[in-house]
Design a protein around this ligand. Structure first.
Ligand SMILES: [Zn+2]
Length: 218
C-alpha cells in the first residue's frame, strides 16, 4: 500500500521537520506547495507561467492553479509509491479537489500534529534572528542565546514573531483548519499526534500511527 500522507499542524507545530524526516525514512518525496510552485515557475510550465504572472502582480495564486500544480506533481513517477504533502490542502475546497485527484489510488493518511496554542506561542516567541547576518536561531537553550554562532552578532526576536502577530497567525490557522480537520477526522485513516513532545518522540508516535493505518491490513 502506498503511503499517501498529508500532514496538518499549526505554524510552529514541527510539521515541516516531521514531514521531512518521515519522507526521507520511507524514501518518498516530501511535497511542499511552496517548493513545487517555485519549481513550476522555474521550469516555466504553463501553470508555472500563470502563477508567475499572478505573483508578479502581487496577488495570491488561485486555488485552481495550486490544485493543478499539485495534480501535476502527484502524477509524477516518484510519487506513485507514496508522498508526504506539506502545506496542502489548506481549505476544504482544496481537500475535496485532492480527493478527486486521488481517485483510484490508495487512501490518504491524514496526520494532525496537535500542539496547544500557548506552547506554540512560546516556541515561536523563542525563535531568534541575528541582526548582523540574518541567521535564524531556533535554539531555546538560554546558554547559547544572546550572540550569533556564526558572526557573534546580537540575536533578536524576529519581527514577525512578536506575540500579537503569532496570536493572529494562530487565529487564522484555527479558522482555516478547523473545517479541514472536521472534513478528515471521520475517516479511519485520520490520526491525531501529540506534538508537544520532543521531535524524536513525535517521530516515533507518527511512525506508529501511520503503521496502524497504512502499514497493516486495517
Ligand atoms: Zn550572525
Amino acid at each position: 500500500m502506498s503511503l499517501n500522507v498529508i500532514m496538518l499542524g499549526a505554524p510552529g507545530a514541527g510539521k515541516g521537520t516531521q514531514a521531512d524526516r518521515f519522507a526521507r525514512a520511507k524514501g518518498i518525496p516530501r511535497i511542499s506547495t511552496g517548493d513545487i510552485l517555485r519549481d513550476a515557475v522555474q521550469r516555466g510550465t504553463p501553470l508555472g507561467l500563470q502563477a508567475k504572472a499572478i505573483m508578479a502582480r502581487g496577488e495570491l495564486v488561485s486555488d485552481d492553479i495550486v490544485i493543478g500544480i499539485v495534480r501535476e506533481r502527484l502524477g509524477r513517477d516518484d510519487a506513485q509509491n507514496g508522498f508526504v504533502l506539506d502545506g496542502f490542502p489548506r481549505t476544504v475546497p482544496q481537500a475535496a479537489a485532492l480527493d478527486t485527484i486521488m481517485q483510484g489510488r490508495d487512501p490518504l493518511i491524514v496526520v494532525d500534529i496537535v500542539v496547544p496554542a500557548d506552547e506554540i506561542a512560546r516556541r515561536i516567541g523563542s525563535r531568534l534572528v541575528c541582526c548582523a547576518c540574518g541567521t535564524n536561531v531556533d535554539d531555546r537553550n538560554p546558554a547559547k542565546a544572546g550572540a550569533c554562532g556564526k558572526c557573534g552578532g546580537r540575536l533578536v526576536q524576529r519581527a514577525d514573531d512578536n506575540a500579537e502577530t503569532v496570536k493572529e497567525r494562530l487565529r487564522v490557522y484555527e479558522r482555516q483548519t478547523k473545517p479541514l480537520v472536521e472534513y478528515y477526522q471521520v475517516r479511519p485513516t485520520f490520526k491525531s499526534i501529540n506534538g508537544a513532545q520532543t521531535p524524536d518522540q513525535v517521530a516515533v508516535d507518527l511512525n506508529a500511527a501511520i503503521a496502524t493505518v497504512g502499514g497493516g491490513q486495517a
